[in-house]
Design a binder for this molecule. Structure first.
Ligand code: SAH
Ligand code: SF4
Ligand code: F3S
Length: 480
């Protein structure tokens, strides 16, 4: 028999509410853990399952930081866990289905551990349909919180443990920026650094502006301090995060300081590698390109999602640039940052994409020669404008487009890597390869994966090696 949903509901999410960008300023807040929550997790273990983008990976490090402050310890074994939290992604339908499958599977562990708590957070929690589904079909999920509610976690865990209450708390409109959330970083050498939150682009296919709230930038001093302190701790690489890093600073009312300024300031810091993601082609400006051209610790790689090579489709997607403008920016990048590696995201079978429009995407791929790409079949997202556009393509036609595009793209991945054969490159060592522990892996400055025999090097070292063979997805190297 199905359990009756019995939730204490603080707030339900609403896509319509999320659209309302209220004029109010975003406050910078400080996180303090109430002493009442301090020992709640002692002798208990947590497991975090993270889906989606780097933004979610970074949030999970904050969630882990909060849980550890409460006394919880991390475990990687589902069977050992007293609390399993799913930090979810809503970008495409299949990602969502997978999560519910996993939750159903994990629930079975309650037979062994009746006190097991299950939590769901992240972008799916911001969707009305998820909350409906949880109430009707997954009422055994104990804790649900949204992307603006990470700081509610201690209280939600408290209610579940002490009062045996299942609770949902999701704010539709963003709250504050928290400057000093505890953080448990996954790596000792590579760190995520949020520089901004939210997205105001409203691409017509995309759910992110609804799940992540309006664009709001962290103050430059806070970011610079964080990077400096990471450098002092021995970090070798930081990746600056934002859904559209090129819009950084545009929300400052008292300061004329944008992404190019930030890169220039970070270039002065003694840390070997600075990366950033994601760039929006419309907002990528000359100042940013000039800052990248400084080289040094600013890595010669840019992820610049194009989505489509056809102007009609770009317009329908509300991307606010044309194919020609995109190509012009690529030309400038290649000219000012010689050897730069450019990667991208592409959506095929967007509702208005005709055969000719699709061929425009293929021709753009040939022109730019992307050295990496994430490619997707368009997935309608409830509440977004494009979900209402008619889409006459059959599932088979959609898949054919994706397969053909991938074949073409893979040839440029290979070409992009072959240019390094017999060259000396610098690699930041990640450690043993997952597939073959005899081999180590690491990334080059151009963000390309290299496998090599370790010969005494260790995780976090930056080493020189000769590339002996290139493949589409990785390269083989030999230490020199
Ligand atoms: N803010 C980033 C990344 C957003 S999500 C950016 O603007 O580039 C990552 C990628 O997912 C997007 O670039 C897009 O290619 C893809 N994507 C987003 N919504 C999608 C949808 N509804 N269907 C298919 N792919 C989608
Ligand atoms: Fe989505 Fe567009 Fe914002 Fe990227 S820029 S997160 S694709 S709305
Ligand atoms: Fe997914 Fe949310 Fe990131 S929808 S891609 S986890 S911002």
């Amino acid at each position: 028999m199905k359990k009756q949903a019995n939730y204490e509901i603080e707030n339900d999410p609403s896509i319509v509410e999320a659209r309302k960008r209220r004029g109010k300023d975003v406050n910078i807040s400080h996180f303090i853990l109430d002493s009442k929550y301090l020992n709640l997790g002692v002798n208990k273990k947590y497991l975090l399952k993270t889906y989606g983008c780097q933004g979610n990976l970074a949030d999970s490090e904050n969630i882990a930081g909060i849980l550890q402050l409460m006394g919880f310890e991390e475990t990687l074994s589902e069977l050992d866990a007293d609390l399993i939290i799913f930090n979810t992604c809503a970008i495409r339908e299949n990602a969502e289905e997978r999560v519910f499958g996993e939750i159903g599977r994990v629930e079975k562990f309650r037979k062994k551990n009746p006190n097991l708590l299950i939590g769901l957070c992240g972008c799916m929690a911001q969707e009305e349909k998820t909350i409906k589904k949880i109430k009707s079909t997954f009422p055994y999920i104990n804790i649900v919180f949204g992307t603006h509610n990470i700081t509610s976690l201690p209280e939600l865990v408290y209610s579940s443990i002490m009062d045996k209450l299942n609770r949902i708390e999701v704010l539709s409109v963003e709250g504050d920026i928290f400057e000093d959330l505890p953080v448990k970083r996954e790596s000792k050498y590579k760190a995520w650094v949020n520089i901004m939150y939210g997205c105001d682009e409203f691409c017509t296919y995309c759910i992110v502006p609804y799940t992540r709230g309006k664009e709001r930038s962290r103050r430059p001093e806070a970011i610079i301090e964080e990077v400096k302190s990471l450098a002092k701790l021995g970090y070798k690489e930081v990746t600056l995060l934002g859904q559209n890093v090129n819009a950084y600073g545009k929300d400052f009312k008292d300061l004329d300081y944008t992404f190019g300024d930030l890169l220039k300031d970070l270039h002065e810091i003694d840390i070997p590698r600075i990366r950033f993601t994601t760039s929006h082609p419309r907002d990528l400006d000359d100042k940013t390109i000039a800052a990248m051209a400084l080289g040094g610790n600013i890595m010669p790689h840019l992820h610049l999602p194009v989505q489509s090579g056809n102007n009609e489709v770009l317009k329908k997607m509300n991307r606010k640039y044309t194919r020609e403008e995109y190509l012009e920016k690529v030309r400038k990048l290649k000219q000012q940052i010689p050897g730069i590696s450019i990667t991208t995201d592409i959506i095929v079978a967007f509702p208005t994409e005709t055969e000719a429009a699709y061929l425009d995407t293929l021709s753009l791929v040939k022109e730019v020669e992307f050295e990496g790409a994430y490619t997707f079949i368009y997935s309608p997202r409830e509440g977004t404008p494009a979900a209402k556009y008619p889409n006459p393509l059959s599932e088979e036609e959609k898949k054919d487009r994706l397969l053909e595009l991938n074949d073409l793209i893979n040839s440029y991945f290979l070409k992009g890597r072959q240019r390094f054969e017999n060259q000396i490159v610098e690699v930041l060592v990640d450690g043993p390869s997952k597939n073959n522990p005899q081999m180590y892996t690491g990334y080059t400055k151009h963000n390309m994966l290299v496998n090599f025999e370790p010969k005494g090097v260790k995780e976090g070292d930056i080493v020189k090696m000769k590339i002996t063979k290139a493949f589409s997805w990785h390269m083989l190297g030999e230490l020199i």
